[in-house]
Design a protein around this ligand. Structure first.
Ligand SMILES: Nc1ncnc2c1ncn2[C@@H]1O[C@H](COP(=O)(O)OP(=O)(O)OP(=O)(O)O)[C@@H](O)[C@H]1O
Length: 242
């Protein structure tokens, strides 16, 4: 009789070591880190503990010198750089600390950017019924962004509003993984909690795993699992004891 196969993890890192060019020690050395499909994890760690390096590894933006990075069962090290980039935009929505919105585009066009770069994200957006604009507007509405803002250039929005545009851009086309790098650091505590409510609700709705990096331990309890990077990144302790 066939045994049920264990579900493919969203992310599976093994025996990983990454050293930035010109640096004497690795910035990241991990035995294993696994994030299950639909799991929401909170990653914390002091400055320099390797949080951004970890996210860049998961996104295939940087390639470790040793070890394996599997995302949705695909070994990123087996893909040439251009296919890694395509894989990232197809399957991972990033929310950056500085949001990285394009200032000359409207709110709606910023949200739709991943659909321009990924036919996979575009196809999944259209599968929801309705057109691309409707899908962007429905996400913006569910993230509490008023319709009066949808056609405006993003530069006319407050930081909290820009953050929700960045979240909508990450979520459009239902990528399987959302990666958020300190997306709440510019907001006060109430607004951080409100943003996280919306983000977690939308990730659950779209069935996405969420990797959320933050210094703010007050947010940690809302996640399925917490990872203190300074405890699992062996390179962080190398640096401290050097
Ligand atoms: N582009 C780079 N070139 C060389 N070294 C780098 C580079 N980026 C990061 N590092 C080094 O790698 C280590 C981990 O940095 P990383 O930015 O991943 O930490 P972090 O936990 O995200 O820090 P922060 O909370 O301050 O953003 C640090 O020692 C840092 O100096």
């Amino acid at each position: 009789m066939n045994q049920p196969q264990p579900a493919t993890p969203a992310i599976h890192l093994r025996n990983l070591s990454f050293t930035w060019p010109g640096q004497p020690h690795p910035a990241l050395a991990l035995d294993e880190l696994r994030v299950e499909a639909r799991e929401h994890i909170f990653v914390s760690g002091p400055s320099g503990s390797g949080k951004s390096t970890l996210l860049a590894t998961i996104g295939g933006i940087i390639a470790p010198q040793a070890g394996s990075v599997e995302v949705l069962g695909q070994a990123l090290q087996d893909l040439p750089a251009a296919r890694r980039d395509r894989f990232r935009v197809d399957h991972i929505g990033f929310i950056f600390q500085q949001f990285n919105l394009l200032p000359y585009l409207s709110v709606t066009d910023n949200v739709l950017l991943p659909c321009q770069f990924s036919s996979c994200r575009k196809g999944r957006t259209l599968q929801q019924g309705g057109g691309l604009q409707e899908a962007a507007h429905s996400l913006l509405a569910s993230l509490d962004l008023a319709p009066a803002l949808w056609a405006r250039p993003v530069t006319q929005l407050s930081i909290g509003q820009q953050q929700r545009v960045a979240a909508a851009r990450a979520l459009i086309g239902r990528p399987e993984i959302i990666v958020a790098d300190e997306p709440t650091s510019a907001l006060d505590s109430d607004r951080q909690q409100a943003f996280l409510d919306l983000l977690q609700r939308e990730c659950a709705h779209g069935g996405a795993a969420l990797v959320f990096v933050s210094h703010d331990q007050r947010l940690a309890e809302r996640f399925h699992r917490r990872i203190a990077l300074e405890q699992v990144n062996r390179a962080a302790s190398i640096e401290e004891s050097a």
